[in-house]
Each structure stands twice: as C-alpha cells, then as structure tokens.
Design a protein around this ligand. Sequence first.
Ligand code: FEO
Length: 399
Amino acid sequence: MHCTRKLTDDIFWLGASDRRLALFENAFPIPRGISYNSYFIDDEKTVLLDTVDKAVSGRFFENLEFLLGGRPLDYAVIDHMEPDHCAMLGELVLRHPEAKLIVNAKTLAMIKQFFDFDVDSRSVIVNEGDTLCTGRHTLNFYMAPMVHWPEVMVTYDSCEKILFSADAFGTFGALGGNIFADEVNFEADWLPDARRYYSNIVGKYGMQVQALLKKTCALEIKMICPLHGPVWRENLGWYVGKYQKWAAWEPEEKGVIIPYGSIYGNTANAAEILAMKLAGRGIRNIQMYDVSSTHTSYIISDSFRFSHIVFASATYNMDIFSAMEVLLLALRAHALQNRTVAFIENGTWAPQAGKLMREIVSGMKNMTIIEPVVTIRSSIKPEQEAELEMLAGAIAAAM
Ligand code: FEO
C-alpha cells in the first residue's frame, strides 16, 4: 500500500501526518495535528527531499519503496536537520546504502552529531547556487541560515519552477488527502495555525526570513513545497505577503489584544472593563486572553497579527504574575517589535507588575508605550473609571 500524491508528472508528495502528538517540539499544542512532508522526484536519477519524524516512519518507508518501485535511490537532499525531518536518515542509509546525500557543510557536521554512520563517503557537499542535474530536472541549492536552523537550505527545481522551502511557509495542522492549499479553505481553517507556526518557530529570525524572501523573489516560482502543511500552487503572492509582514514584525491589522494575569478575577475585571470601553470606541476584533489558561503560543501568534497590546497583570511575589512574565519574555525572545503597548497592574499592598512589565517592553525594539500605567489596588473602584476611559481613548487615538 502507499499514501502518496502527484504534484506534477514526476514529482510526488510522500509525507505523513500525526494526529496523536500533543506537543510539537514538546512545547507547542497541536490540536489539529502536524504533517511531515517529504518529496520524491522520479527522474533519470531518483531523488528524495528530506525524510520525516520517527512517529510516521512506517508509512514514509512504505511510500518511498512504492515510488522507487525497486529502483535504487540515487540522491537524498537534506534541506533541514531538525529531527522532525531528518530522524529517518539513519534507517534510510541502511535501507539504501547506494544513496548519495546532498548536503552543505553545516548539514554534514550536524549529521555526524546526530548519527554514527559513515557520512563522508556518501555525501556530496553543495554550496550556495550549486546545481544538481538529475535528468529532466535541475536542482539549485540556496542557503537559508536560521530559517530555522543554521544549516537550512532550500532547493529550487528550475525545470518545474518549484521551491522546496524547508520550514519556510510551513504550518501546524495534519493533512487529509487535500495536500494543496487551494483544496482547503486556508484563510479560514489554516491561517491561524500558519501564523502560530511562523511566529513561534521561526518568528525570532525575521531578518533571515526577509533575506530568504529577497533571494527567492528573483526566481520564477509556480509551486512552494514546505516541510509542513499544504503545498502552494495558486495565489502564492497572498501567502508570501503574509510572510513579508510577519518577517518584518509588521502588524497584519489594527486591533487590540489584552492578555491578563489575574489571581482572583479582579485584574481580569479591569481588563474586561477596558475592553468594553475600547469596543464602545469602535475598536473591533478585540482579543482577550487569560495567560493562565491560554497557551503562550496562541498569544504570541496574535501579537504578530495585531497592532496594539494591553498587558494586565497582578503582582505576585513582588514580581510579574508568572504566566504573564513567561509571555513577556517569550515575546522579547521572538524579537516582537513595532507595537503600541499599555499596562494595567494590580497589587494589594505593593503593586510592582506595571514597572517590571514596562522594563521588559522598554528593552524591545520600536515599542510605543502609552502612559500612564493604570494601577489598581485589589479591585477596580468607580473613581478609577476615568483612568480606564482615558486609557481606552489613548489606545483608540493611537490606532
Ligand atoms: Fe520542521 Fe525546523 O523543523
């Protein structure tokens, strides 16, 4: 049996999906699962582009043997060495000792770190712009360091104008037969996971993603084949446009998100009142999150989407409420920039969270802080309504 799909006359998808894994990278919830994409070129020479995660190795090898149909595997191109793609390399060389591995120098070193087989004797080292002719197809290799590891390269088939883009343009979400983005309602059903994947996995490396986009915009591209999620053959410009915004940390739209860290609901109440006042001023699509119950990855994703953020936090152990601190440090680690930010703090005897949150955000690039921090002591009082009204007004004015 096999579970493969034709992309063109002689290029095939042979990946597999996992709907059982709870946390991708043991860190990110994936309620819609994940696909590990691998590709095969059936040319005069046979070519495999990347392997898959160990969890789906059985199906992957069934697919590979089906596509080879008894022929030898001539080349395996290794675009990315993260184990969700390279895990089966050891078994691949056992099953196909004839295969030459197409790698760059950094990849070669990483294979030696992950595996014990003799890498040198079976590797062909490629550099930026090098090509490999496999018969009808010519593969061109371009380095894409830090998208999202240092050894990453992308492979461009100049015959079919296909970009095998490694992690770039990938997304969380398992595939179910419809492997093309134009076969699903991508904007409604997939974009939130694509944004969450980008912002959390690659988001820190916006400069490097911009460099890759610049490099590839010189190429005529008819299809983008990422290592996760749907393949793009229509409306490529729309998705590339999303990437251009994300990579430049530009908000996709004007809007406010309000993550709050609240112990007994009083900080949450202040945040809710502010949200109501913002809505009263015509602001739409306000997103509120309890940082204790929403995984940070979702809030990071919406921080990449929207222009304004209000952080509302209780003071805890003379510090920022811990789940809120985790969020702020993650946003800083992902180099979030170009946002307008305001703060609400709470503290029954010594409010500290506002000052400390402000310190973290002040260290981030191009962040505009709306003053002053609104301070509540234990619970919001009627006389403070004017402060929240002023904050709502200042946020609306900054839109
Ligand atoms: Fe899908 Fe960076 O691995």
